[in-house]
Ligand binder design. Structure first.
Ligand code: NCD
Length: 343
């Protein structure tokens, strides 16, 4: 069995820079380009490891990781749990629906409680933007944001970048980043933390980002993030190298944002005919959960040479292993790590 342990991270990190100076991973906004590339490189070694039959290491043996999920999740919760277990940690899941949050406990009291249990890392998903950062300020261990309201979902953007890079390399490119690529993100941009984290990470890696949504689902002032905005999907697709589709986040809507699902599908649904407006071999992405027949047709999802939606899920485990590994290095006293410096 190949061990995932042999990291040559020191050689990959620019000389004279602190390796990974952050205690927490709250958003892509706090990461520099070389830090994003560092996390992708660290995740790369887990991709092969995860494809082996036996995939258990003891890198995080003895550590306790708490996944505190105040919102529903399938992919993110499961992949963080699998990631922690594959690294040998003890992983405990807290579902808010079954917790004292339902009995009126404040977020800060919940944070203090989790802290008292001496977790070595806490992974949090919460419905309010900023809640994960608030918890991070109250606890002593690394905190990883698994999605906070409409704010950020950093591990999603990292796994998207890893899946995209894998696809480009499979097609013969040796690219490290996305310089020269145009990525069109279409859907409910207003409510999407995935869109926000991806705008930041794709741009940091050199891509041009186009955003497409109906007027009511396009956040005011979003162009300030450097992306071009469109309401017409056909125009937004012209010449795109990558098309990232997002679902309508109905659970965050308290009113009428779209005329009807039928009209939405007509104007913003990705069909094979519409995909033909993008580059001939354009790559299709979706963070899930998908609503087939609304924002994306099954005929597109099933295009094995174009859609990388399953690969995104696979890369999610590797990315989360890398993030848990990197953020716990300081407390594990990993050789070479001294006060944030590789020596
Ligand atoms: C996304 C999320 O929760 O922000 N899903 C995910 O993490 N894979 C997107 C969504 O819920 O639509």
């Amino acid at each position: 069995m190949t061990s995932p342990q042999n990291s040559s991270a020191s050689s990959r990190f620019p000389k004279g820079r602190r390796a990974f100076p952050h205690r927490d991973l709250i958003g892509i906004s706090s990461l520099e380009r070389h830090e994003i590339l560092f996390l992708l490189a660290e995740a790369e070694r887990y991709v092969g490891f995860n494809r082996q039959a036996a995939k258990r290491s003891d890198e995080l043996a003895g550590l306790t990781i708490i996944n505190a999920f105040f919102e529903n999740s399938t992919r993110t919760l499961l992949s963080f749990e699998i990631a922690g277990k594959r690294l040998g940690a003890d992983v405990v899941n807290m579902y808010a629906a079954q917790s004292s949050v339902k009995k009126g406990e404040t977020l800060i009291d919940t944070a203090v409680t989790l802290n008292a249990m001496k977790a070595d890392a806490i992974v949090i998903r919460h419905g309010s933007s900023g809640a994960v950062g608030l918890i991070a300020s109250k606890v002593d261990c690394p905190v990883l944001n698994a999605g906070d309201g409409q704010h950020e979902h950093p591990t999603q953007a990292l796994l998207d970048a890893l899946a995209l890079r894998h696809k480009l390399r499979e097609r013969g490119s040796d690219t490290e980043d996305f310089t020269g690529l145009t990525v069109t993100i279409c859907g409910d941009i207003l409510h999407s933390r995935v869109a926000r984290s991806n705008i930041l990470s794709l741009q940091a890696l050199g891509a041009s980002v186009r955003l497409c949504a109906p007027p009511a689902l396009m956040p005011a002032g979003i162009e300030r993030m450097g992306a071009e905005t469109f309401h017409d999907f056909d125009t937004a697709l012209q010449g795109a190298d990558v098309v990232m589709m997002l679902r309508l986040q109905n659970e965050r809507m308290d009113g009428q944002y779209i005329p009807s699902p039928r009209e939405y599908r007509h104007l913003y649904g990705l069909t094979p005919e519409r995909l033909a407006l993008a580059k001939p071999d354009a790559i299709v992405m979706h963070p899930g959960p998908m609503n087939r027949g609304v924002e994306i047709e099954s005929a597109v999802v099933d295009m094995d040479d174009r859609a990388i939606i399953t690969s995104q899920v696979e890369m999610g485990v590797a990315i989360r292993m890398a993030c848990l590994d990197v953020l716990t290095r300081r407390s594990r006293g990993v050789p070479g790590w001294s006060d944030g410096e590789w020596v």
